[in-house]
Design a protein around this ligand. Structure first.
Ligand SMILES: [Zn+2]
Length: 171
């Protein structure tokens, strides 16, 4: 008895619940083993055994396992949440995706902002470098750099307004 758990010995969870004989070619047997009775109970409650039977028969054998997983998930969600079912989980995940995409856009904007500030910070250091400015240097070398600095300051101004972290990097 214990060594032989064949389909002929113990009916599948579906046949057990429906109180019928589990045939050798039972369509439920591969997906609803007798040790998981709740799996079929919810599916039967939500979809109805006849509908599940028809749906499985209409599908090729290699897709039935996925169909059963999907139905079990939907049925469990419907039992837990009779109003929204699995749509409740889907819509909350969609909201989370939208929130995270928004955060990603903000983070990308901050990265762009920091890169622009870094570029602005690197440009004036060439001018300020003490070793690169010997006393013999003609004044014309520094003068073309002069108009650049206010222009760069204009670039970083909207960034500092946009975020506090950007300001911390600048100072
Ligand atoms: Zn069966």
């Amino acid at each position: 008895m214990l060594s032989k758990m064949g389909s002929g010995m113990s009916p599948c969870a579906a046949c057990k619940l429906l109180r019928r004989r589990c045939a050798r070619d039972c369509v439920f047997a591969p997906y609803f083993p007798p040790d998981e009775p709740q799996k079929f109970a919810n599916v039967h409650k939500v979809f109805g055994a006849a509908n599940v039977n028809k749906m499985l028969h209409d599908l090729p054998v290699h897709q039935r396992g996925d169909a059963v997983s999907s139905m079990v998930y939907e049925a469990d969600a419907r039992v837990r949440d009779p109003v929204y079912g699995c749509v409740g989980a889907i819509s909350s995940l969609q909201q989370r995706i939208a929130f995270l995409q928004n955060q990603l856009a903000v983070a990308n904007a901050e990265i762009l902002c920091m890169r622009m500030q870094q570029a602005a910070n690197n440009a004036p250091t060439l001018k300020v470098e003490p070793q690169a400015t010997p006393p013999s240097q003609p004044p014309e070398m520094s003068s073309p750099l002069q108009p650049q600095s206010p222009e760069l300051q204009h670039h970083h101004k909207p960034c500092t307004n946009a975020s506090e972290s950007g300001e911390a990097v600048w100072t």
